[in-house]
Write a protein that binds this ligand. Structure first.
Ligand code: AMP
Ligand code: MG
Length: 418
């Protein structure tokens, strides 16, 4: 049976980033840029005014003593979005608004607050000579960035500020690593949909909404497929639907029961088994395989049906896989670390145990408090956990103060008390 690390290596060996796809800018936030991009034009694309005021040509105005006031003719008003038609000279200025193109020859904008200007006689303006200095309140074409400059590197995770920059340059469709699409298929004759009342022998399909939420937290695209009965034909048909996604997650049906038909039906659907079973607790029956169809691939993970097993196997194996497919393997690292146990804990058997725990960051590092947990069917006590302690089998008890690896749902935050 594979160890946890061997199983993870086997899974991640299939986790190369998905092929790049063009993506509209409006949908690109959070995605990884699949190619480096350069600026297709200058920024700003023209010389522009940075204040509301008057554009003048400082060179054309004869040197005067700095206390004097120049009375200039107002040639026209240039608003943002329009194009100037005249040039200010030795006795003239143009009224101009922030963001409007500078007229030819102008090299200075004097803010409206610094001039004397009467709206009822808008043909003249008095400007103190001391306010006229070349390049004041103007932004020259390409001053921010010239055409052909590297704008964003391949591998950038696109945040709103990147989207803004791409939008400025008209890059409305860009190559990204797409979000992996992830089908979720719950299997089991005992399952009923969440919204239905219980009846004898049945339980609700809690794994589907749980896994869907975990997929969303991983910033991938969930595709819930409902419940497949423990029936070869029905199972195979639903599996075929799920294989259209990048990843197919099944829950249940991978153990040793007489109705555990998932491995057999996956193989019937052309999914090649990579491994079955891992030395871990919970999660031992985990199944992993790949269906290749020309260039298309679907990675298939058979999660054990027990809710905590499914949840743990998702966090330990599927989430790093989704990060990797999405082009950002480093995210797993920001969720893992080493924490100090706050209480004694004994683990039995010879498998790696993942123990639901509350992980907190404080001034002296991470601490982990295992929750009072009843095993793989005990979903309720895990609700307060923020991650998992990884405990290797050992003869003696783990003691408060021991350092253990942890894997958290989110990068650990400081506790409100620290
Ligand atoms: P299995 O892996 O199919 O043997 O299921 C193991 C246990 O998990 C059984 O008690 C199932 O009833 C339970 N289980 C299986 N699938 C789900 C599910 N989708 N939601 C909640 N519990 C489930
Ligand atoms: Mg079952």
């Amino acid at each position: 049976m594979l160890t946890v690390d061997e199983a993870l290596r086997n899974i991640l060996a299939h986790g190369s980033p998905l092929p790049a796809r063009p993506c509209r800018l409006t949908n690109a936030a959070g995605r990884v840029l699949a190619a480096s991009l350069s600026t297709p034009h200058d920024s700003p694309p023209f010389d522009k005014a940075m204040m509301d005021g008057f554009a003048v040509c400082s060179r054309a105005l004869l040197p005067t003593d700095s206390d004097s006031v120049l009375t200039l003719r107002v040639l026209e008003t240039i608003t943002a979005g329009t194009v100037p038609t005249q040039s200010p000279g030795s006795d003239s200025a143009c009224r101009i608004m922030t963001g409007a193109p500078l007229p030819d020859g102008a090299d200075c904008v004097v803010p409206i607050e610094q001039v004397r200007f009467d709206d009822t006689a808008p043909t003249v303006v008095d400007i103190p000579a001391e306010c006229i200095t070349a390049e004041r309140h103007v932004l020259r074409q390409s001053a921010t960035v010239a055409s052909g400059t590297r704008l964003l590197e391949k591998g950038t995770v696109l945040r709103p500020q990147h989207i803004a920059v791409l939008a400025e340059f008209g890059l409305s469709e860009i190559p990204v690593v797409p979000a992996p699409s992830v089908a979720v298929l719950a299997t089991g004759d005992e399952l009923i949909p969440v919204q239905e009342p219980l009846f004898p022998g049945r339980i609700r399909n809690s794994n589907e909404p749980m896994l869907t939420a975990q997929i969303r937290r991983a910033e991938a695209d969930p595709c819930p497929l409902g419940i497949a009965r423990d029936d070869p034909g029905h199972l195979k048909e639903r599996i075929e639907t799920g294989l259209a996604c990048d990843v197919l997650l099944l829950s249940g049906g991978v153990s040793a029961g007489t109705r555990d038909l998932v491995p057999q039906q996956l193989q019937a659907a052309g999914v090649e088994e990579v491994f079955h079973k891992v030395q871990m607790k919970p999660g031992k029956p985990l199944w992993f395989g790949v269906r290749s169809d020309g260039d298309r691939r679907c990675l298939v993970v058979g999660l054990p049906g027990n809710p905590v097993s499914s949840m743990v196997c998702f966090e330990v194996f599927v989430r790093p896989l989704l990060d990797s497919l999405a082009g950002r393997p480093e995210r797993t690292d920001t969720r893992s670390g080493t924490a100090r146990l706050t209480k004694d804990l004994s683990v039995r058997g010879n498998r790696t145990t993942f123990y639901p725990s509350v992980v907190i960051r404080s001034a002296d590092g991470l601490s982990a408090t295992p929750v009072d947990w009843g095993g793989s069917a005990d979903l309720i006590s895990t609700a307060q956990a923020t991650g998992l302690c990884r405990l290797e089998p050992r003869d003696d008890t783990y003691r408060a103060g021991d350092m253990v690896p942890v894997l958290c749902w989110d990068p650990p935050e400081p506790s409100s008390a620290s």
